[in-house]
Design a binder for this molecule. Structure first.
Ligand code: CP
Ligand code: NVA
Length: 307
């Protein structure tokens, strides 16, 4: 049976552990200059309905470095543009390829691809979740903090797709997650409720960024308006989100060894100050690099049916 990666709530703790272990192994081998070719003859299709620098290119590079071939499937140049049904596209692509990574708006579209495909479907970001991002971010947390157990992550800003994947991860792994979000920009209440119902979950929502960063090991932020939310009026969100900016003043309430994370792309001096983004606590470039190592592990485990 093929498995997909649509949300982190579908994974067990063991799955996370296997992904971290494999990503760290593959990263080490890459740094040592060892060439692995487990994907020789394999293809990864990429369907992206939203822009991407990191996710797309790190998946493509991951595939190439492991001997496989990524094929970017342009939605405007294929019959997808002329509304060929997903159930048809999914079945046809399943006959050619070994895996599909999809970035789109609706989570339901991914579920439909999953239903009609015989190959693993990877969520490369939807309006609701960004699971691959949080998997690679956890790899960065493990590297900097020696693990995720006992770690406190402070999410500061919009309760968006990346926040939802952090909520899912915390519900499975049990690390402390405190989200400081403006009231009208809180995470989805159903996602929160489901996560809080899991035994051992340690998730809290606050309106106070200072409370969130107190004792935090990790401070994480993301843009005030995600892709597809262009109807958010800038002056309005600026006013709401300004008290949630990750800046030097906010960092003064956090431990000295806190790390600051951002999935990127960042809007400097909006959700994060230039000073913090470029400062000594920021790990954003290691974070971006780890996407490639984690994507190798995701592909490896999914294609080899080890997830
Ligand atoms: N972090 C992330 O997903 O970046 P891209 O939008 O560039 O893929
Ligand atoms: N929340 C952001 C993440 C981008 C990687 C968005 O969806 O636009």
């Amino acid at each position: 049976m093929k498995k997909d990666l649509l949300t982190l709530s579908d994974l067990e703790k063991d799955d996370f552990e296997r992904l971290f272990k494999r990503a760290l192994e593959l990263k080490e081998r890459h740094k040592m200059g060892i060439t692995d070719r487990p994907f020789a003859g394999k293809t990864l299709g990429l369907i992206f309905n939203k822009p991407s620098t990191r996710t797309r290119i790190s998946f493509e590079t991951a595939m190439v470095q492991l001997g496989g071939t990524p094929i970017f499937i342009s939605t405007k140049d294929t019959q997808i543009a002329r509304n060929e049904p997903v159930k048809d596209t999914a079945r046809v692509l399943s006959r050619y390829m070994d895996c599909l990574a999809i970035r789109t708006f609706s989570q339901d579209l991914l579920v439909e691809y999953s239903k009609f495909s015989d190959i693993p479907i990877i969520n490369a970001l939807t309006d609701v979740y960004h699971p691959c991002q949080v998997l690679s971010d956890l790899l960065t947390v493990i590297e900097y903090k020696g693990g995720y157990e006992g770690v406190k992550v402070a999410w500061v800003g919009d309760g968006n797709n990346v926040a939802h994947s952090w909520i899912n991860a915390s519900a499975v792994l049990g690390f402390e997650l405190v989200l400081a979000c403006p009231e009208s920009y809180s995470p989805d209440s159903i996602i929160m409720k489901k996560a809080l119902e899991k035994s051992g979950s340690n998730i809290k929502l606050t309106r106070d960024p200072v409370e969130a960063v107190h004792d935090a090991d990790v401070i994480y932020t993301d843009v005030w308006a995600s892709m597809g939310q262009d109807d958010r009026e800038f002056n309005e969100i600026k006013q709401v989100f300004e008290p949630f900016q990750v800046n030097k003043a906010l960092l003064s309430y956090a431990p000295k060894d806190v790390i600051v994370m951002h999935c990127l792309p960042a809007h400097r001096n909006e959700e994060i100050s230039e000073e913090v983004m470029e400062g000594p606590r920021s790990v954003v470039w290691d974070q971006a690099e780890n996407k490639m190592h984690m994507h190798k592990a995701i592909l490896d485990l999914l294609i080899n049916k080890e997830l």
